[in-house]
Design a protein around this ligand. Structure first.
Ligand SMILES: [Zn+2]
Length: 278
């Protein structure tokens, strides 16, 4: 009972560290959500007109369709033809390589909808940052999602300090998230799946890291051209929850809940100005 109280306490502490992004009521199920997400490919005009908040709604709606089994019908050969000479993705998603978390399926996406970057543990390194800078500064995408997931093998490896070839340096990148999970007396190893999943929510640290290490993306974020948020995919339910980081918190010592950015803060987003064609 003592252990369960501690776990419950830890859960409450962690819940205070992140701010879930609510799904707009109008976007549940297949109502306006289905109409928001068209099976047509994203045109340049679509991308230019879309705000970061609208890009998030589009992903939320896609996940709702995925959950309901009511995926959009797509004419794949037509999408190949329509995207042959250009792409105008509305978002980029940095997610884990886990075979159960393919974002195109989880968010019911078509060709050309998003840039997808997949590395074990959804780590953010210099090459990922460069890819994101292309996606948003050059190609004009509006929303960055760092998507973690439950029962992640990379989080387990980081919790257990796995040493194995090049994997050693990869799991080391996840270590700050391990350190950042509040101590509550429960086991801090891969045997404690609750702990593993708490580590998985290190996406909120990755969001902060993107801002800290990429002046290009930070500038776009500061002027509202893009938004950067975290997501967490539950492999047992198929549902994605979104989180905002805590402004000003240490990457390994989150302390205070943050006020979520409102739609108003991103509604005035201006399209990114491509530096060269793509
Ligand atoms: Zn994973």
């Amino acid at each position: 009972m003592f252990t369960s109280r501690l776990i419950g306490s830890c859960r409450a502490v962690l819940a205070a560290l992140i701010v879930p992004v609510a799904l707009p009521a109008s976007e549940h199920g297949a109502s306006s959500a289905a109409r928001t997400s068209s099976a047509a490919v994203v045109s340049e005009a679509d991308q230019t007109a879309m705000s970061p908040a609208e890009a998030l709604i589009r992903l939320q709606a896609g996940n709702a369709r995925f959950l309901s089994g009511k995926r959009l019908e797509r004419d794949w050969p037509a999408q190949v033809h329509e995207t042959a000479h250009g792409q105008h993705p509305f978002a980029s998603i940095a997610s884990c390589m886990d075979s159960r978390t393919a974002v195109e399926q989880v968010f019911d996406l078509g060709l050309g909808d998003v840039f997808s970057i997949r590395l074990a543990g959804n780590v953010i390194d210099d090459d990922v940052l460069g890819s994101l800078e292309y996606a948003h500064k050059v190609a004009g995408a509006k929303l960055i999602i760092v998507l973690g997931h439950s029962h992640c093998g990379a989080m387990k490896g980081a919790a257990d300090d796995v040493v194995l070839g090049n994997l050693t340096s990869l799991v080391a990148r996840v270590k700050p998230a391990v350190v950042g999970v509040p101590v509550d007396g429960s086991p801090r190893t891969s045997k404690n799946m609750k702990f593993v999943d708490d580590v998985g929510r290190h996406v909120i640290l990755a969001v902060r890291l993107i801002r800290e290490r990429s002046p290009v993306l930070r500038q776009l974020h500061d002027r509202g051209a893009i938004d950067i948020i975290g997501g967490f995919y539950d492999i047992e339910t198929g549902k994605v929850e979104f989180y905002r980081p805590l402004p000003g918190a240490s990457p390994v010592a989150l302390a205070k809940p943050a006020a979520p950015a409102t739609a108003a803060t991103v509604a005035q987003a201006a399209p990114a100005q491509p530096a060269f064609s793509h």
